[in-house]
Design a binder for this molecule. Structure first.
Ligand SMILES: [Zn+2]
Ligand SMILES: [Zn+2]
Length: 252
């Protein structure tokens, strides 16, 4: 058993709101310099750049989980992470079935598809920043059916955060955890949202630029690093557990 430091919410240059410098090798170099053991690639409504980040990580010792940040019909962000690339792409197919609109780069920003060498392969034409037609429960259910983990991203934040935006935890929503925004301490959060007492709290960076990678992370106490072990840690099963790092980390 050891503690693995994971920042499972990192955008790439595919997200229209992210820095164009968020290229696979830059992300990996920065994550390694920050002492992370794992990252999660979570672009808005797409996993298309995840394979390039995984290839860029070869030989680095870093584990890269493929995923995405899905925008539900309610305009809530769900961080979805998968153990296999195929599952992430099955999720992408599901999400994009009900993702209306075309990107207008001059308004929303460029959505750059790259390989691990940072060659531009093309530009994603869909409006990735938009909301899908799927409800929160449909998104979470599909993530689980595909074997993934579903977290409410920046859950306490008003913009696109589950609790900040909706004002409540929908009954029966089977989340695996809640990502806290940097503004809220765990104690404050637990006081404000007693109905979430059963859910683990996590901190990730939601990095949109290289210097933000690893500014927050969560430690997972596990014998080996893979998605099934993360799932056990979130449940506190078999001696596994999580260590949510202090909010002060964000000031680094
Ligand atoms: Zn978000
Ligand atoms: Zn994000």
């Amino acid at each position: 058993m050891r503690v693995w430091r994971a920042d499972l919410h990192v955008h790439t240059c595919l997200s229209p709101c992210a820095d164009l410098a968020m290229a696979p090798r830059t992300i990996i170099a920065r994550a390694a310099a920050r002492g992370l053991d794992a990252i999660g690639v979570a672009d808005h409504n797409s996993a298309a750049n995840a394979p390039a980040v995984q290839r860029a990580a070869r030989g680095s010792g870093l584990t890269v989980f493929a995923g995405m940040e899905v925008t539900s019909r309610e305009e809530v962000h769900i961080l979805a992470l998968f153990g296999a690339l195929e599952a992430a792409f099955a999720m992408q197919e599901f999400v994009q079935r009900r993702l209306p609109g075309r990107n207008r780069p001059e308004i929303f920003g460029l959505q750059v598809l790259v390989n691990e060498e940072h060659d531009v392969l093309g530009f994603e034409p869909r409006l990735l920043a938009g909301a899908t037609g799927w409800s929160l429960s449909e998104v979470v259910e599909r993530v689980h059916r595909l074997g993934g983990l579903a977290f409410a991203a920046h859950a306490d934040r008003e913009a696109f955060g589950l609790l900040g935006h909706l004002g409540l935890l929908p009954r029966g929503l089977a989340l695996d955890g809640l990502e806290l925004s940097p503004n809220t301490s765990e104690a404050e959060f637990r006081r404000r949202w007693p109905e979430c007492a059963e859910l683990p709290l996590l901190r990730f960076s939601d990095a949109h630029s290289p210097e933000q990678i690893g500014r927050a992370a969560t430690g997972f106490r596990l014998p080996e690093l893979n998605l099934e072990e993360l799932r056990k840690a979130l449940r506190g099963a078999e001696g596994r557990g999580i260590l949510t790092e202090a909010a002060s980390l964000w000031k680094n």
